[in-house]
Ligand binder design. Structure first.
Ligand code: NAD
Ligand code: PRE
Length: 304
């Protein structure tokens, strides 16, 4: 990295001249807010396919420019970040490809990394640098109104740069996330997808299932479900309220890893089912004691 680059990143001044965010929903609008608060970009440019979202972005003053056409917006960009559902990546990459300046960095925030990385590398010209990323932060809400600048604070952001990506580009993206309050980890994309399959994707699948199962109960029972949903079930309903388009795309694009984790989960669930049927209290107690200690170690790690 040149001394100039190092100085720019260390002095707290903008790291980028023109950052183009494509997709101003929960994550894109949170990033726009955080970039502004932490002075990361000289100019923030917002792109969204939805005119309603563009109008909201203007009303909330989240960007210096707002466009519905990504091809126009990316001209002169030194960083472009895709914040759209995974299913829109190919179309967006093909739209921006002919208009990206030499040396521009293209990053993203997608929840699945192997497919995202491949789609970007295959559809973008060789003169751009691809630095995929994934902030492990979110909520069940969508859209520009749902975003907030502190979303990424104290959260991990995982970067999965393909082999051969230059270190300066990776470090500039990493520094952007550090300024937004995140901690950085680097991984290869397939490993990321396995880890997230168990820590994020499977929990969402389970929440969608349990809430769906409850909703399928007879009308009377449904009323009871709502009436008594003060504790455990309510936590599942929060997760099951997450955006259907985003999560459809996550499962379609992380098929292998999700199915592998689902298989393991089903086997463990069957073991619990057997223990209940056999009245094996020791097996149940052993299992629950182990998971309780896991919860405690997660809380301790967060507080450390
Ligand atoms: N929601 C989360 O908790 C979370 C957390 C981390 C990462 N992510 C990832 O972030 C990305 C965005 O998720 P979100 O929750 O912000 O979704 P969102 O639904 O809140 O926002 C997505 C935005 O993209 C726009 N869009 C869709 N197709 C487009 C296109 N072709 N061109 C331009 N704009 C387009 C939509 O109009 C919408 O405003 C996804 O890839 C998701 O996997 C989400
Ligand atoms: O907190 C939530 O609501 C989330 O679902 C956030 C969450 C997660 O599973 O942790 C969801 C998807 C992402 O890709 C990253 C973060």
């Amino acid at each position: 990295m040149s001394d100039d680059t190092r100085d720019v990143m260390r002095d707290g001044g903008p790291i980028f001249d023109r950052v183009v965010l494509i997709g101003l929903g929960l994550i894109g609008s949170s990033l726009a807010r955080a970039l502004r608060v932490h002075n990361v970009a000289k100019r923030i440019v917002a792109v969204d396919a939805s005119l309603d979202v563009c109008q909201a972005v203007d009303r909330l003053q989240l960007a210096d420019e707002t466009h519905t056409d990504a091809a126009v917006a990316v001209r002169g960009a030194d960083l472009v970040v895709l914040c759209v559902p995974l299913g829109a990546y190919e179309a967006v990459a093909q739209t921006i490809a002919p208009h990206l300046p030499n040396g521009a960095i293209v990053s993203d925030v997608g929840s699945v990394k192997e497919v995202a990385t491949n789609v970007l590398v295959q559809n973008l010209p060789a003169h751009v640098r691809v630095v995929p990323g994934h902030p492990i932060a979110g909520t069940e809400h969508s859209g520009p109104e749902a975003g907030f600048a502190k979303l990424f604070e104290g959260r991990w952001c995982i970067l999965t740069p393909p082999d051969g990506t230059d270190e300066v580009s990776i470090e500039r993206v990493a520094e952007m996330w550090r300024r937004c309050g995140s901690m950085i980890e680097r991984m290869d994309a397939p490993h990321h997808d396995k880890v997230l399959a168990i820590t994020s994707h499977l929990p969402h699948l389970i929440a969608y299932t349990i809430v769906g199962t409850a909703a399928d109960l007879a009308e009377d029972a449904k009323a009871e479900v709502i009436k008594f949903s003060a504790s455990g079930f309510r936590d599942f309903t929060r997760i099951a309220a997450s955006d259907p388009t985003m999560w459809r795309d996550v499962f379609l694009n992380n098929r292998e890893a999700t199915l592998e984790m689902l298989q393991r989960f089903t086997e463990d669930l069957t073991a619990l089912q057997k223990a209940i049927r056999r009245g094996d209290g020791d097996a149940l107690h052993r299992m629950f004691t182990r998971t309780r200690s896991i919860r405690r170690s997660i809380i301790d790690a967060r507080q450390a």
